[in-house]
Ligand binder design. Structure first.
Ligand SMILES: NC(=O)c1ccc[n+]([C@@H]2O[C@H](COP(=O)([O-])OP(=O)(O)OC[C@H]3O[C@@H](n4cnc5c(N)ncnc54)[C@H](O)[C@@H]3O)[C@@H](O)[C@H]2O)c1
Ligand SMILES: [Zn+2]
Length: 684
């Protein structure tokens, strides 16, 4: 293809993206991809100056205003900024400024440094201190009149404060949406079944460019001022930094993070500092902006076609990039949850090369309609795991394939089951899990630690480090293997002296005598905690009864609902788990078949207790055991069903809740008295 054809193609493609981005607030590609295309075009035009034309996207700002809005001509143009990504580009900028201002090399330039807001630029015209008109940037010389919409923003003063303002003032600044507000807006849009926005910038632009200001009024938009276009009638300060102070005095919000810095070192230090704060800032920024602070010097430096010479945008590495999704594979986590992971064509994003990105779960894949072979937008922000944000559907190849979760665990082959799950703040989502909890290598360490924990089989000394070594050296695969361990194998492990190896073997041996409740709890069945395990043990009396029970039978047990019943059923019907249970029993793990009869006559029997705070002499576990032995029940959350809250020192929200609900509150002494009374009643 000839250079002229390539230039033509690129211009058409870029114009298409400009229209989608600036006119419809719905970009088709990531900013990084767009910037790449623009850089390609600029490079071609530089190599072939004869192809350069004034209407090239490299020479213009933004896009023409939409005809739906009245056009508003800017008295002084609203320009873009020259961009830099690398430090040496910043050094070149600083050098150019010094040369143009004929500074000798000794004195450093003073700059005003500010965050680069990722929103959209507007101009606000004040006449005699009152907001007269407001417009978008448009193509730089003509914008869209959005006065009515801008009036709905609380952060834009309708009247200027003080009385030293210019008779005519053109304030330049950015309209944006705070990240928290953006997330909430998208949540609402999703609930209403309306279009979600790709990012805060597009949400802000789409919200401001509404034909009906009443809609804009419902959108959480903010304004931050960063400059002045025109000011008549009063003398302005000598520096940009002081001009920002003046804007504050007139009632405008400006960036709190702005600083005055000197020379190249000052610029780069500021860039690094804001880069560290970036993820914690309430608004999205895509870099920082450096401006020569001295306003007279700014005027001398002037402008090139589409940007001032006195300013530079130093951008952060793109947090989003576009790449190809080659395959979807499945990872099994410590708790058995299956996570689909996108295998990507390597792409540079957020400062590193990314080859995998999470797809979270099957619902997310369906919601985003991600298919194998798709071109996708990948985001990596801060230290967050890279994720697939969305698909560029118009680039989908015919051969793209849908993904479905495997029926069997890719690690151990056990059946995969789906259950509703609270997944970290994202609400309820159907999570696919491997049901081979006792057998699955992916879940081994977790399962063993739980099995050995104090309230389960109580194997003293079998902690994190040891489990790690036992599993990594393939000495132990399932809890049943623990009972086959010998001194020789154990003593070979790092840092384990013969004596402590002996202690651990003794602890393992001792754990063989247990109770049914502990054993059930030790199995680590999802949603079966200590209290439920106890209820199950009491209800069925023997393990065989539990293993044989169907979901209906399981729901006869107090507090066992459909979800818990289903979890138990799935666990017990997985053949791999049954094998491990048989091996455990064969190794000698045992309990007396009917649990010790519980007293039921006392004041405590059948009552529901919640323990909170530190008791003076009993540990919380001891108190719990005493209550259970007396036939009571211990739960963790206070509700209307709670009979007593036992509160010690530093009791917090649970005590408050009890007081709200009018639940009786006991101290340790009162609890012991109640237990005593219960025991006496039971003895009669
Ligand atoms: N994804 C797409 O399809 C697509 C299409 C077009 C443009 N874009 C993106 O838009 C951007 C280019 O647009 P641009 O020409 O507005 O350039 P720009 O956003 O890189 O820089 C100029 C703008 O910076 C803003 N700004 C923020 N903080 C500022 C501050 N403190 N002082 C001065 N100005 C500040 C102003 O709004 C100004 O108009 C690029 O990031 C590009 O990737 C993307
Ligand atoms: Zn598995």
């Amino acid at each position: 293809m000839s250079a002229s054809d390539r230039v033509q193609r690129l211009r058409e493609e870029i114009e298409r993206h400009n229209e989608a981005y600036y006119c419809h607030d719905a970009p088709l590609v990531s900013d990084a991809e767009y910037d790449r295309l623009l850089a390609q075009l600029a490079a071609l035009e530089a190599a072939h100056p004869e192809l350069l034309s004034a209407d090239s996207p490299t020479q213009r700002v933004g896009a023409a205003p939409l005809p739906e809005f009245a056009a508003l001509a800017h008295a002084t143009p609203m320009l873009s900024l020259n961009n830099a990504f690398a430090d040496d580009e910043v050094a070149a900028f600083d050098r150019r400024v010094r040369e143009a201002l004929a500074n000798d090399d000794e004195s450093e330039i003073r700059y005003s440094a500010e965050p680069k807001f990722d929103g959209l630029a507007v101009s606000l015209i004040y006449a005699d201190g009152r907001l007269l008109r407001g417009a978008t940037r448009g193509d730089g010389s003509t914008g869209e009149d959005v006065t009515g919409n801008l009036r709905t923003l609380r952060s834009i003063p309708l009247r200027l404060r003080g009385d030293d303002w210019p008779a005519m003032l053109d304030v330049r600044g950015e309209v944006l949406m705070l990240r928290g507000d953006f997330a909430q807006l998208n949540e609402r849009q999703r609930e209403k079944g309306e279009k979600e926005f790709v990012n805060p910038r597009n949400a802000a632009a789409g919200s401001l460019r509404q034909l009906d200001p009443r809609i804009t009024a419902t959108r959480p938009l903010r304004f931050f001022a960063y400059g002045v276009g025109v000011a008549t009638g009063v003398a302005l300060p000598a520096t940009h930094f002081e001009l920002l102070d003046r804007l504050v005095a007139w009632g405008f919000p400006v960036a709190r993070e702005r600083r005055r810095v000197s020379g190249l070192a000052g610029l780069l230090a500021y860039y690094a500092d804001i880069g560290r704060q970036r993820a914690a800032l309430p608004y999205a920024i895509d870099g920082v902006v450096y401006k020569v602070d001295d306003l007279a010097a700014q005027a001398r430096l002037g402008f090139v076609s589409r940007a001032p010479r006195f300013a530079l945008a130093h951008k952060f590495a793109a947090e989003e990039a576009v790449t190809e999704l080659l395959e979807i594979s499945v990872q099994v986590g410590r708790t058995g949850a299956l996570t689909p992971v996108a295998r990507l064509k390597p792409v540079f994003v957020g400062g590193v090369t990314v080859i995998n990105a999470t797809l979270h779960n099957e619902d997310e894949i369906r919601r985003k309609d991600v298919r194998i072979g798709d071109t996708v937008v990948v985001r990596r922000a801060g230290d967050v795991i890279p994720e697939v944000v969305r698909v560029l559907v118009d680039q989908r190849p015919a051969a793209a394939r849908r993904f479905s979760m495997p029926e069997n665990c890719p690690v151990c082959g056990s059946r995969v089951v789906r259950s509703d799950d609270e997944s970290g703040g994202k609400g309820v989502a159907a999570v696919a899990r491997c049901s081979g909890g006792l057998y699955c290598p992916a879940q081994r360490k977790q399962a063993l630690l739980h099995f050995a924990s104090r309230r389960a089989m109580d194997i003293e000394g079998l902690g994190d480090k040891l489990v790690e070594q036992l599993v990594d050296n393939a000495i132990v695969r399932t809890p049943a293997d623990l009972y086959q361990l010998g001194l020789v194998a154990l003593a070979k492990l790092d840092r384990l002296a013969e004596k402590s190896a002996g202690n651990i073997l003794a602890a393992i041996e001792k754990s063989k005598r247990t109770t049914l409740a502990r054993f059930i709890y030790a199995l680590g069945i999802r949603n079966v905690g200590e209290a439920t395990a106890r209820d199950l043990a009491r209800h069925f009396g023997c393990l065989e009864g539990l293993l044989a029970a169907d979901e209906v039978a399981l729901q006869q047990v107090p507090d066992v609902g459909p979800t818990v019943a289903q979890c138990i059923r799935q666990f017990c019907s997985e053949a791999h788990n049954r094998t491990v249970i048989e091996q455990l029993r064969a190794a000698g793990v045992s309990w007396s078949e009917s649990e010790p009869a519980v007293s039921s006559a006392g004041a405590v029997a059948g009552k529901v207790f919640v323990l909170t705070g530190a008791l003076p002499s009993l540990t919380r576990d001891d108190a719990g055991r005493l209550i259970v032995a007396a036939g009571g029940k211990v739960t963790s959350a206070v509700s209307k069903k709670t009979d007593f809250v036992v509160a010690g020192a530093d009791a917090g929200s649970k005590l408050e809740k009890a007081q709200q609900l009018g639940v009786a509150v006991l101290d340790e002494g009162q609890l012991l008295a109640l237990l005593q009374a219960g025991a006496e009643a039971a003895a009669q």
